[in-house]
Ligand binder design. Structure first.
Ligand code: PEP
Length: 246
């Protein structure tokens, strides 16, 4: 049976007090859920406070980004060791907002994945096509390039792949179960070429306007092993309902 991974991505939302309030409400709602991985990704400033509040809960902590160097003159950047030090076990790498607003290309994403993995972090590696690319029939080419370059010289351990069609992120426009399943099956095939039968246990999670209404159907897809949730993860009750999908 697959072990699902449901991860919240808070993006640039929530102060330290707001993070504590969220967890005070959220943790009791999910305390009996043991058969799936639950991850929250607050902004850097709230990681330590979240780590304290999560102690003993089983809920895991992720950063939303990481730099590839270990230390030095890189103003504003945060190293993999610093993220571990703040209490994280996970980090999101290659989110489309990083690619879009901060010019991260596949080579940069690959450096980040390698550095995070070397430090012992589990990586939630994001890929996804834009609307323009989908409409031009380029979805599979784009995904293949992102996976092959982003995961070059990276083994299959401690890796979760997130498929996030850009046109579905924060837009309220979710991929249909057929669209999600089709791309997940394709990613599985590409990972199979990279990793052979070691790819079979790799989880491919879906992100893009996941809500309490659509989560049950999306999670029922054969090759969908979890969700990366933005907007609907900001309220304790709605994220708890998503985590408790049937
Ligand atoms: C995300 O940014 O990872 C995401 C999927 O956002 P939303 O759920 O708001 O579409």
């Amino acid at each position: 049976m697959k072990r699902y991974c449901i991860a919240a991505n808070w993006k640039m939302n929530k102060t330290i007090p707001e993070t504590r309030d969220f967890l005070r409400a959220f943790l009791p709602l999910v305390k009996d859920i043991k058969d799936r991985d639950v991850v929250i990704s607050p902004p850097f400033t709230a990681l330590s406070a979240a780590a304290d509040a999560l102690k003993g809960s089983g809920v895991k902590l992720s950063a939303q980004d990481v730099f590839w160097e270990e230390k030095g003159a890189y103003t504003g950047e945060v190293s993999p060791a610093m993220i571990l030090d703040a209490g994280c076990s996970h980090v999101i790498v290659g989110h489309s907002e990083r690619r879009q607003y901060f010019s991260e290309d596949d080579v940069i994403v690959n450096r980040k994945v390698k550095a995070a993995r070397k430090a012992g972090l589990e990586v939630i590696f994001c890929v996804g096509e834009s609307l323009e690319e989908r409409e031009a029939g380029r979805t599979f080419d784009i995904i293949k390039r992102q996976v092959e370059t982003g995961l070059a010289e990276v083994g299959p351990e401690n890796l979760v792949v997130a498929y996030e069609p850009i046109w579905a992120i924060g837009t309220g426009r979710t991929a249909t179960v057929e669209q999600a399943q089709e791309v997940h099956a394709f990613i599985k095939k590409v990972l199979g070429i990279l990793y052979g039968n070691k790819a079979e246990s790799l989880r491919i999670i879906y992100g893009g306007s996941v809500t309490t209404e659509n989560v049950d159907n999306l999670m029922a897809c054969e090759d969908v092993s979890g969700a990366l949730v933005g907007g609907a993860s900001l309220k304790a009750e709605s994220f708890a309902r998503i985590v408790s999908f049937k």
